[in-house]
Design a protein. Structure first.
Length: 309
């Protein structure tokens, strides 16, 4: 298949591209910078220059492909406080690509996140919302509504699927939440968890995550919700203890009301129990995680290497 990938040079995309190529697919990768274009060329992909705002480019690339994997998102707007702008940009991008796929039976694989339901292991059947939920900054369902818009394309002749990602897609080079926790522990001289640290996070190695996207492109039924979840729930206390041991700093508890002061905005995420299951996805796609678990990956030590000048 000839697959158009947005976010192709990102953390997940840079694993999805070689996964597709290794399994005999051709890749068209969206690149908004010279550095991204060079990385894609080196990986063996064909470069499509543009960004999520270039709707005509997205539409043409989707039309030129046998399927689409949509990984890109305007995180610059999201973290800059413009949640509505980020969600609206994503919906416009999805709509542009969908226009080229309606009635073709070709796959459109979108990226979402596993739902956070404290005290409950979320499954692929959980977290569904209305497709017309408003993309307002104070509406936590805004991004999930885009997932529903994608799933509804199954009724328009698109083999649509949403791959929900866990809170951490770990691996060497990860600059996400685990790296942020380590940086906080290094800066503060203590590796902390919130309360008793019993909050659980789903986790998957990014190479295992990449396999889910490839399998979704190849064979996910139209309208599928998929969980790229290898581990249902890793306790934050266990993560804090591994970090503390590697940094040789004490492990401590932070009161829930002090989480934001200690961790910054990440404190709101660390405080929530949010396990999720990928059992249905494993059965549906024949996918089995084979890479190191989160704690085993952290134990390898690559997260603690300090970059040299």
């Amino acid at each position: 298949m000839r697959v158009f990938v947005t976010g192709a040079s990102g953390w997940i995309g840079s694993a999805v591209v070689p996964e597709l190529l290794t399994h005999g697919h051709q890749v068209l990768g969206l690149a908004r910078s010279d550095a991204a274009a060079a990385a894609l060329t080196e990986a063996g992909a064909e470069v499509v220059r543009g960004s999520l705002d270039d709707l005509a480019v997205l539409r043409a690339a989707a039309a030129d492909a046998d399927g689409v994997v949509h990984l890109a998102f305007r995180h610059d707007l999201m973290f800059g406080g413009d949640v509505q702008g980020a969600v609206d940009a994503d919906r416009k991008a999805v709509s542009a690509m969908a226009e080229a796929l309606v009635g073709t039976g070709r796959p459109l694989v979108h990226t979402g996140g596993t739902p956070a339901i404290p005290g409950h292991v979320a499954t692929e059947a959980d977290g569904r919302v209305s497709a017309d939920a408003p993309s307002a900054a104070d509406n936590p369902a805004a991004r999930a509504a885009t997932d529903e818009m994608v799933l509804a394309l199954a009724d328009e002749g698109v083999r649509s699927a949403v791959v929900r990602l866990p809170r951490t897609n770990h691996g060497e080079g990860d600059a996400g939440f685990i790296a942020m926790m380590i940086a906080t522990a290094r800066d503060r001289g203590v590796s902390a968890c919130v309360g008793d640290g019993s909050q659980r996070w789903p986790a998957t190695h990014r190479l295992d995550t990449a396999r889910v996207f490839r399998l979704a492109v190849e064979k996910a039924p139209a309208g599928s919700v998929l969980h790229a979840v290898g581990e249902e729930g890793v306790a934050m206390r266990d993560v804090a203890e591994v970090i503390g041991r590697h940094l040789d700093v004490p492990v401590a508890s932070v009161a829930p009301e002090d989480a934001m002061a200690h961790f910054g905005w990440l404190g709101a995420i660390i405080s929530v129990d949010q396990p999720a299951s990928g059992a249905h996805t494993q059965e549906l796609l024949g996918w089995r995680p084979t890479e190191p678990t989160l704690l085993a990956d952290i134990e390898q030590g690559h997260y603690f290497r300090v970059p040299t000048a």
